[in-house]
Design a protein around this ligand. Structure first.
Ligand SMILES: Cc1ncc(COP(=O)(O)O)c(C=O)c1O
Length: 432
């Protein structure tokens, strides 16, 4: 397969202008040039159709980033477009409530096991923050135990390395526990008896829950009078229609959904049991665009499409084929690399000679894939529009890219192979 010559000049021109005007050059750090191979990746995209995207220079890619997980049916999906454009003729945001709020709440409550009531917002961060506020209001406690990433708001970002600008006072209110290490949560409860309002966690990342971990977290939370919250922003609607809670059979008190729920339109939801959700009558959770109608229409349409079609089975099937394909290619080529995680969203892990993860090998792999028309991000995300042809082409590209990585791994240095900068992590340490 020839490595096609790509012109990226328009991308780089826009980037040069953005560097003068937009700090970070992006509104979402996970889209920014520094987390990809800067110099080789396109920076600006302007079109998507199905599972493919086009950059501003006209180059086409099979996309496995999927709008950071927000696209589940496919880009520019005709049914989403129809739902949005039909509503667009009527209104985008009105002065009083639109009936779609009721319809979407009903749909969510029929679909998600823990959902008896629902409130809507725009970003995943809005929904996780609302869940935490509800738990604090309900328990009249302030401390939170968490596991995973839950958004950009102060209550959570204080626990990350990039917490400049967040009041230090919040530090004492947040406690991180480790996935599959129940003892780390037990310690938090022991050291903060009667003070933890909620345990919030991503039900799963790429590592599967072991030894009844999710059940144990739930039990521990409840034994200590804390609410148990699932952050389903990433798992929502991709793992199962009812989220990871349905897939694992562990039902939380509250859950936050976002990303894929409207196939790219901006909407999120906090859902949960009535006895907890009702306190929203007293807490402050309100925003101008919370009931914006185009996104409500898109969400109703997306969830109905997921129910009507075999979209989720397709996503699992195609993801499994890619995972299996990657693993067998790696074995065949003699590289210590593995696709880990669940088929709808998995991670490509490369190990160095010492057996530990080598992110430089991964960076080189990403470079070699994008040059050949496959756009990879942190995790590989599958949508309903990934076709058999996409899978076949991707595996062909992966084979070529893995062979380049193998040469670099054998030589013990990726530097001679890099044509751009190594991807950087979003949460790099900020010196203060
Ligand atoms: C698990 C999880 N929770 C919360 C969020 C925050 O969502 P948003 O970026 O829409 O605010 C994200 C975003 O990546 C996420 O992955």
């Amino acid at each position: 397969m020839p490595v096609f010559q790509r012109n990226l000049s328009k991308s780089f021109d826009y980037l040069a202008r953005a560097e003068e005007l937009i700090p970070c050059q992006t509104q979402c750090l996970s889209k920014g040039p520094s987390v990809y191979v800067k110099g080789v990746y396109p920076v600006y995209l302007n079109r998507g159709k199905g599972s493919h995207v086009w950059d501003v220079d006209g180059n086409e890619y099979i996309d496995y980033i999927m709008g950071l997980g927000s696209i589940i049916l496919g880009y520019s999906c005709s049914s989403t477009n129809r739902a949005v454009s039909q509503q667009l003729e009527k209104a985008i945001n009105l002065s009083l409530v639109h009936p779609y709020e009721v319809e979407l709440a009903e749909l969510l409550c029929q679909t998600i096991p823990c959902a008896e009531m629902a409130r809507f917002a725009k970003n995943g961060s809005d929904a996780t923050s609302a869940a935490v506020r509800i738990a604090r209001a309900h328990t009249r406690r302030e401390k939170i135990a968490y596991c995973g990433y839950h958004g950009w708001q102060d209550w959570h970002i204080i626990g990350t390395e990039r917490n400049l600008g967040v009041p230090r006072a919040l530090k004492g209110l947040l406690f991180r526990f480790e996935y599959n290490h129940i003892e780390t949560l037990e310690r938090i409860f022991e050291e903060n008896k009667g003070e933890i309002a909620a345990v919030i966690m991503e039900p799963v990342g790429v590592i599967e829950p072991k030894n009844g971990f999710l059940e144990k977290v739930k039990q521990l939370a409840h034994e200590n009078g804390a609410l148990f919250i699932f952050d389903e922003i990433l798992t929502g609607f991709r793992f199962a229609l009812g989220g990871a809670q349905e897939y694992f059979g562990v039902i939380p008190d509250l859950a936050a959904f976002g990303k894929a729920m409207a196939n790219g339109m901006p909407i999120s939801a906090v859902v949960g049991k009535k006895e907890f959700m009702e306190i929203c009558e007293e807490v402050f959770f309100s925003m101008t665009f919370g009931g914006e109608i185009l996104s409500l229409a898109a969400a109703i349409n997306t969830i109905k499409e997921l129910k009507r079609t075999n979209a989720l089975a397709h996503i699992w099937h195609q993801g499994q084929r890619l995972k299996d394909g990657f693993n067998s290619l790696a074995r065949q080529i003699g590289l210590d690399a593995e696709a880990v995680g669940y088929p709808p969203r998995f991670y490509l892990l490369f190990r160095g000679k010492d057996g530990r993860e080598d992110v430089n090998l991964r960076g080189l792999f990403m470079q070699e894939c994008v040059k050949r028309g496959v756009l990879l991000g942190f995790a590989s995300v599958i949508c309903y529009s990934h076709t058999d042809e996409d899978i076949a082409k991707t595996l062909g590209v992966w084979e070529e890219a893995l062979r380049v990585v193998k040469k670099a791994a054998d030589g013990g240095d990726v530097t001679p192979y890099m044509e751009g900068e190594m991807p950087r992590e979003v949460f790099r340490r900020v010196e203060r």
